[in-house]
Design a protein around this ligand. Sequence first.
Ligand SMILES: Cc1cc2nc3c(=O)[nH]c(=O)nc-3n(C[C@H](O)[C@H](O)[C@H](O)COP(=O)(O)OP(=O)(O)OC[C@H]3O[C@@H](n4cnc5c(N)ncnc54)[C@H](O)[C@@H]3O)c2cc1C
Length: 278
Amino acid sequence: MAPVRVVVVGAGVVGLSTAVCISEALPSCSVTLVADRFSPDTTSDGAAGIVLPAEFPDIPLERQRRWFKDSFDHLLEIAQSQHSPDAGVILSSGFRRAGGLVEKRKVNSLQELSHFDLIVNCSGLGSRTLVGDTHVYPVRGQVLKVEAPWLKHFIRDGDGKTYIYPGVHGVTLGGTRQEGDWRLQVDRGEAESILERSSRLEPSLTKAKVLGEWVGLRPGRRNLKVEREAVYLQGRWVPVVHNYGHGGFGVTLAWGTALDALGLVRQCLNEKPQQAKL
Ligand SMILES: Cc1cc2nc3c(=O)[nH]c(=O)nc-3n(C[C@H](O)[C@H](O)[C@H](O)COP(=O)(O)OP(=O)(O)OC[C@H]3O[C@@H](n4cnc5c(N)ncnc54)[C@H](O)[C@@H]3O)c2cc1C
């Protein structure tokens, strides 16, 4: 039997996790990952990688707890394995090992994907234009990477605006949370403010060498969206599973929402094509 052609749009932590979940669980599917940006150029690459509890106001708490727990257990397993420094690499090599295909290009409209049997949308902030979701908005975040190997513990101030997160490749100092701000260039004044605020929390940082500066746009949304629908493309209904809008919690929740997206993909495949409208 011909494989079911599934396309996942987006190669950030959400798209990669979803593509891996589908490829591993559904060998009858051929999964293609399409994105205009891959690692190390996605928002996910710059995230500090801290697991923080999120709260989305209109999503049942039970569902949110499951996303968190599934993701936490998965991340803990990676952290305790010998591959922990290469967690991101594991995700993409895991996808390729499971037979996944990769295409680097921008998708301007879902119409371009009409030759697939099922579309999974993990385009993050890109969903604003790709599927016209005006509820998704940028939450700009600027950080600095510094060399301070003597720091072993993280520090976060009360409102979470200033933080010091030691990681494998340096220490991340942050940050900013600017809703609706699309600027991707580094702001000098903000960089100085971050350094000044974090040095007040940890004075030894005045000795640290700055390794780099980075700006990312979190895919903000009042409620993260993991839902399915059907879209009429080139004369037929094609099921679309959405998984985007993780805001500042993409690393924290990606695996859990990927498992939910996998469940929705299964539902779509178990239905007859003409019923896929629901
Ligand atoms: C400064 C900062 C610090 C952060 N720290 C943390 C943290 O400590 N913990 C945490 O959990 N989260 C953190 N986050 C949030 C986290 O980075 C995001 O939630 C996460 O990256 C979202 O992942 P994503 O895969 O949805 O989006 P992205 O990583 O942005 O990936 C989107 C993908 O979709 C593709 N795409 C979009 N539109 C199209 C299109 N039309 N055609 C083709 N491809 C398309 C892009 O090319 C890209 O591959 C932080 C964010 C920032 C900015």
